[in-house]
Design a protein around this ligand. Structure first.
Ligand code: C5P
Length: 223
C-alpha cells in the first residue's frame, strides 16, 4: 500500500559496486549485487519520498518512482551524489560497495603482456570516502552508512559512525553465510551515537521497509 509519510522529503541512496577502469577493456570491481540499496530506494519511494538512486553496474531492473542515476567509478558516484543534493536532501544512505582504490593512471590503450616478465604491477590510489566527504559537506540532514564486518561488528560499526561523521550506521555481519552479500535475506543492527535497533532477519525488501521506518522515527526524535 502506498503511504505519504515521507511526502516532501528527498532521499539520495547509493547502491551496487563501483567499477574502476584499468584500461579500455578491463576493470576492478566487487561482487555487490545492489539488492539492499535498491530495496531501500523502493521502500522510501513507496512511502512518498522523492528518491534519487545513484547506482553502480547491477543486474536489477530500475525501481518504480525512483530517479536512477547510473555511474561506474567512485569519483562519478561522488559527483552524481553532490549534483543530486545540490538543493539539499533529507536523508543520504550509502549502501554502495565503493572500491577503496582506483588506478593512478587509467591506460588509454589496452595494456599488453610482455615476454620479459611474469609480473605485472598496477599502481593504485585511494578513492574518496564518498559518505564521509558528503557528511563533512553537510549535504543531507541525516547521513546513514553501512558497515559490513566479520568480527567485533558493533564495535567497528560504532567507530565508523564516529569517524565518518554519520547519524546512523547499519551494521551487517558478513561472516554469516545466511545473510548479507549477494543473499536475498539480511539481518542488521542500526546504531546511532546512543541508541540501537535490531529489526528481525527478513528478506531485503521487507528489511528495507523496517529500516526506512527506523530512519524516519530517528529524524523525528532529532527535531
Ligand atoms: O569503510 P567502509 O567501506 O566499511 O564503510 C562503509 C560505508 O561507507 C558504506 O556506507 C559505504 O557506502 C561508505 N563508503 C563510501 N565511500 C568509500 C567507502 C565506503 O561512501 N570510498
Amino acid at each position: 500500500a502506498q503511504s505519504t509519510e515521507l511526502a516532501g522529503q528527498h532521499w539520495v541512496i547509493t547502491a551496487g559496486p563501483t567499477m574502476e577502469a584499468i584500461d579500455p577493456v578491463r576493470f576492478i570491481s566487487n561482487h555487490s549485487s545492489g539488492k539492499m540499496g535498491y530495496a531501500l530506494a523502493s521502500a522510501a519511494a513507496s512511502k512518498g519520498a522523492k528518491v534519487t538512486l545513484v547506482s553502480g553496474p547491477t543486474q536489477i531492473p530500475p525501481p518504480h518512482d525512483v530517479k536512477l542515476v547510473r555511474i561506474q567509478s567512485a569519483q562519478e558516484m561522488l559527483y552524481a551524489c553532490r549534483a543530486a543534493m545540490a538543493n539539499g536532501a533529507d536523508v543520504f544512505i550509502g549502501a554502495a560497495a565503493v572500491a577503496d582504490f582506483r588506478m593512478k593512471d587509467i591506460s588509454d590503450q589496452k595494456m599488453k603482456k610482455t615476454d620479459d616478465s611474469n609480473e605485472m604491477t598496477l599502481t593504485l590510489v585511494k578513492n574518496p570516502d564518498i559518505i564521509a566527504t558528503l557528511a563533512s559537506e553537510k549535504s543531507a540532514q541525516c547521513m546513514v552508512g553501512f558497515a559490513a564486518e566479520t568480527n567485533n561488528v558493533l564495535q567497528y560499526a560504532k567507530g565508523k559512525l564516529e569517524r565518518k561523521g554519520l547519524d546512523l550506521i547499519i551494521a551487517n555481519d558478513v561472516s554469516r553465510q545466511d545473510i548479507g552479500f549477494n543473499n536475498d535475506q539480511n539481518q542488521v543492527t542500526v546504531l546511532s551515537k546512543d541508541q540501537q535497533w535490531t529489526p528481525p532477519k527478513d528478506a531485503k525488501t521487507e528489511l528495507a521497509k523496517a529500516l526506512v521506518q527506523i530512519i524516519f522515527d530517528y529524524q523525528h526524535t532529532q527535531k
